[in-house]
Design a binder for this molecule. Structure first.
Ligand code: ATP
Ligand code: MG
Length: 462
């Protein structure tokens, strides 16, 4: 983003303290004082330990300009914009920049599959348009504005992941960047602890529908009955002429896969909406085909044809730890899906593992799924039972909650094929001793369990 400091003051609703700085050229926003350059605008956010304001004097000395919280004592002399609230000013600046750029917005929310779908939409649009996307998982009230501000001026479409952990958060993100096209990947159980019910989760996700531009397109899962229910409840808040397109498993949705099968380490499928054309994605799982259908619906809105869709999906680069296939010691096949977990995404991962062909044993390593609230034990038990019913050959459960998953698994599979651990090192040792090179092992757990450490351990000799 290149603007003069005077312009930036207007855009963020602040006041330039010295009129003489109005023409100072700025070429980007920085929140980490170690990354400042002469043409940076420093945004001093309050951290958990330190307040960014402590670094403002240093920023000015380095030749940068800075925001400054109104009413805060000790403002140094220099190129400062005074604002009511630093975070809000950043959000206003990002929103104004987006508007000036004229870029269209694809906003993506849902309990699972946001980052994956974002990467897919990007890959599809990138075949024809100048596209910018959220880096990694920068999907909140801070990451989203920073994504916008790092967008080149000529961007035609920006693809934004919109995350939330409570009601009102998606509404805020959609106010900063109102989507032309909104995607709701699914409704799961993530953040159940905060939100209390799946119904509330659906309400929180569907704030994106209310925030979509008039005449915009809402793409959502057709497999989730809560979605039409909540859309009916919030009918009065929906934008004028909102179009709704559903994707799902079968003909109950506007789009669904035909002839879907695992192929070459990924999935091959046709889509009802695209006729005979065959598509391939380099990642396993029918849930990822669902993500692809959602992404294709967004791409269609921007005039991407089937040929380009094929190319885009073939060139797809996914952010790591989403069923990432790795090779372990002596050729062992490791599937790292340990980025995060909820019951819905765990079942999706179990389906992938159960569907793998050509392995001696298919082994699930399941760590605790966190933040599920009062029913957490029941959820774990159900996922364990689901793994047993899917025909998984061995289950390793890691963590106190996963002990219930082990219990659930033992109900429907040979108990000696289910192992529960509370110590990661002990589990790794057991895996090392029992796995064979012809086995496939899939790792799934919430972020806080750091289960990727087990993946890394199995990639090399002890
Ligand atoms: P976060 O909320 O952590 O940002 P996310 O919504 O961005 O997550 P991804 O990072 O794309 O989701 O995927 C997270 C996990 O969910 C992965 O382990 C993936 O295998 C699984 N997953 C992806 N898409 C779906 C889906 N449509 N349904 C169920 N599980 C899914
Ligand atoms: Mg994500």
């Amino acid at each position: 983003m290149e603007r003069t400091l005077g312009r930036i003051a207007d855009m963020c609703g602040g006041r330039l303290l010295r009129a003489a700085d109005a023409d100072k050229p700025i070429a980007g926003v920085v929140i980490d004082s170690r990354k400042l350059g002469e043409r940076s605008l420093f945004v001093p956010l309050g951290g958990s330990n330190v307040d960014g304001h402590e670094f403002v004097a240093g920023a000015l000395e380095a030749g940068a300009a800075s925001l400054w919280q109104r009413g805060r004592a000790g403002a140094p002399e220099g190129a400062l914009i005074e604002v009511d609230d630093v975070l809000e000013a950043l959000q206003r600046l990002a929103s104004a920049y987006l508007q000036e750029s004229g870029a269209k917005v694809v906003g993506i929310t849902g309990s699972n599959g946001k980052t994956t779908t974002k990467d897919m939409v990007y890959a599809l649009l990138d075949t024809k348009l100048r596209v910018h996307k959220t880096q990694g998982n920068f999907n909140n009230h801070l990451g989203l504005p920073l994504t916008l501000l790092s967008m080149p001026e000529q961007t035609e479409v920006v693809v934004l992941e919109m995350g939330m952990s409570d009601l009102g958060e998606i509404a805020l993100l959609a106010r900063i960047a109102p989507p032309d096209v909104a995607i709701v990947t699914n409704i799961g159980e993530s953040h159940l602890l905060n939100l209390g019910s799946r119904h509330n989760i659906a309400r929180a996700k569907l704030e994106i529908a209310a925030g979509t531009k008039p005449g915009g397109l809402l793409i959502c899962s057709g497999d989730e009955p809560l979605i039409p229910q909540v859309l009916e409840e919030i009918k009065a808040d929906l934008p004028q002429d909102l179009r709704i397109f559903t994707f799902g498993a079968d003909a109950a949705s506007d789009d669904y896969p035909i002839g879907m099968k695992p192929e070459g380490g990924g999935m091959a499928f046709s889509a009802r909406s695209e006729g005979e054309a065959r598509f391939a994605i380099p990642v396993l799982g029918s849930h990822n085909v669902g993500n692809a259908l959602a992404a294709m619906a967004a791409a269609r809105e921007f005039g991407i044809d089937a040929e380009r869709m094929k190319t885009g999906l073939a060139n797809l680069r996914l952010t790591g730890m989403r069923i990432e296939r790795l090779t372990g010691v002596s050729g062992l096949a490791l599937f790292n899906d340990a980025y995060n977990a909820s019951p819905t995404s765990a079942r999706a991962a179990i389906d992938v593992l159960a569907g793998l062909q050509g392995f001696a044993s298919r082994v699930l390593v399941l760590g605790d799924m966190l933040e599920l609230g009062a029913d957490e034990r029941r959820y774990h038990r159900e996922v364990g039972r689901y793994a047993a019913d899917a025909g998984i050959d061995a289950v390793y459960a890691y963590g106190p909650l996963s002990a219930d998953a082990a219990e659930g698994a033992r109900e429907n599979m040979a108990p000696d094929r289910v192992h529960a651990f509370t110590d990661k090192a002990a589990m790794i040792a057991h895996l090392r001793a029992h796995l064979k090179s012809e086995d496939a092992v899939l790792f799934k757990a919430s972020r806080g369990m750091r289960l990727e450490e087990a993946v890394q351990a199995l990639q090399s000799e002890p």
